[in-house]
Design a protein around this ligand. Structure first.
Ligand SMILES: [Zn+2]
Length: 212
């Protein structure tokens, strides 16, 4: 079956997760956040989670083969379109993804979200994630709902890897490892750039416009 993958690239807290979920819902695509899935496997103490947990706690990227396995499994199960958030993060992962998609005669387009690093650090410090549904947002947005998830009312938690030192480490790794991936897609005419500053709705409008 021919399909299309939309790859979302951006520094930590650039909003690509939120935009990815909105896009997947609007287009009826399957959505995978490799980071979220790995954190879930850490919590569930799966074999992959036990391996990945040590890297995540240190704010380090999980080794390529672990993540590629996860993505390969998921693409094999999913439907006509895929939204990938947090993958590929390295050139080696990008090449693996091209091979996985070529085997399914499927194409790829990539989106890079631009946000400056001071704004990103402010966002990371206030970021909260629902333990039950996929809601992610800022602590300020949860004030009206008494610190509970605005979607389902469950408890919100700070991600265990969201501390400023980890943010700086992840931001540097984004620059060193993921920006070359963006260049790789740009050189092959597959990269779209979207400014990630503004409300969720504003950024989503810009994203849809670029993808048309
Ligand atoms: Zn929730």
């Amino acid at each position: 079956m021919v399909g299309q993958a939309t790859v979302l690239l951006g520094p930590p807290a650039s909003g690509k997760g939120t935009q990815g979920r909105l896009l997947a819902a609007a287009e009826n695509f399957a959505y995978l956040s490799t980071g979220r899935q790995l954190r879930k496997e850490v919590a569930d103490n799966t074999p992959r989670g036990r391996l990945a947990g040590a890297f995540l706690r240190e704010g380090q990227y999980v080794p390529d083969d672990l993540v590629v396995d996860l993505v390969n499994e998921w693409i094999g199960r999913a439907r006509r379109g895929w939204v990938l958030d947090g993958f590929p993060r390295t050139m080696s992962q990008a090449e693996d993804l091209d091979r996985i998609l070529a085997a399914k005669a499927s194409s790829l387009r990539a989106v890079l979200f631009d946000v400056d690093s001071d704004e990103l650090e402010r966002r990371v410090v206030g970021r909260r994630e629902c333990q039950e549904c996929s809601w992610t947002g800022n602590i300020a947005e949860a004030v009206v709902s008494d610190g509970k998830c605005p979607c389902c009312g469950s408890g919100l938690q700070r991600r265990f890897d969201d501390i400023p030192e980890n943010f700086r480490k992840r931001f540097k790794e984004f620059q060193d490892l993921t920006l070359p991936v963006a260049s790789y897609y740009e050189e092959s005419g597959r990269l779209l750039k979207v400014c990630g500053v503004g409300s969720q709705e504003e950024v989503f409008k810009k994203l849809r416009f670029k993808l048309m």
